[in-house]
Design a protein around this ligand. Structure first.
Ligand SMILES: N[C@@H](CCC(=O)N[C@@H](CS)C(=O)NCC(=O)O)C(=O)O
Length: 202
């Protein structure tokens, strides 16, 4: 049986989305980041970083949300994982790119501009993050002007991983990036995405 460690209120959101796309049953350890459960000796065996998400797939242990999603989509022979090596490589490219360029930066920006209570916001952190987020959005905008999806002719794990990581961007105005805006909402309009989002926002 598949077990997913991590609350929808964490980067496990994107893994929960993928599990819903694939129609997988799973045991959910609905743990928040930094919760006591993530610091036990047993969990540190699963993820020595004490972070979520992680999975235990019938004894196969894996962490890193992007890798988990690519593994699950490939294992279940989903159309979300392209069989063409070039499209497969584009899924790796976009997932790694997002982790480098946007994953932390978008969280820092949104938390410190709109999400946290005003007294807790750090404008300097928001400003520094925005200096990285805006050019990364430009890169996505250019790619999405050429093709409606990031890796080939259809929605794939590349789109899920990047759009999943951009959950926070749903709460800011990105209409300046017209193609990015349309793509982000197309991705999050999928039933599996709505299911994951509902778990986070319940
Ligand atoms: N690159 C990792 C990041 C995992 C990560 O940072 N998870 C956060 C929650 S979203 C966490 O568990 N943080 C706990 C901590 O920082 O101690 C992934 O994508 O899975």
């Amino acid at each position: 049986m598949l077990r997913i460690y991590g609350s929808a209120n964490s980067r496990a959101l994107r893994v929960i989305w993928m599990a819903a796309e694939l129609g997988l049953q799973y045991d959910h350890k609905d743990w928040l980041p930094r919760s006591p459960e993530t610091k036990t000796t047993d969990y540190l065996e699963v993820n020595p970083n004490a972070r979520v998400p992680s999975i235990d797939d019938d004894g196969f242990i894996l962490s890193e949300s992007m890798a988990i999603n690519m593994y699950l989509a490939k294992k279940h022979k989903s159309a979300l994982y392209p069989s063409d090596p070039k499209l497969e490589a584009l899924c790796w490219q976009w997932s790694l790119w997002e982790t480098d360029r946007l994953d932390r930066q978008i969280v820092d920006y949104v938390r410190n501009s709109v999400a946290s209570p005003p007294a807790e916001r750090k404008p300097a952190v928001a400003e520094a993050a925005w200096l990285q987020v805006a050019p990364a959005f430009d890169v996505l905008e250019t790619a999405l002007a050429k093709s409606p999806w990031l890796a080939g002719p259809a929605f794939s794990v590349a789109d899920l991983n990047v759009a999943g990581a951009l959950y926070r961007a749903l709460s800011i105005d990105v209409s300046k990036w017209r193609n990015l805006d349309g793509w982000l909402h197309r991705c999050w309009d999928r039933p599996a995405a709505k299911h994951a989002r509902a778990l986070r926002e319940q």
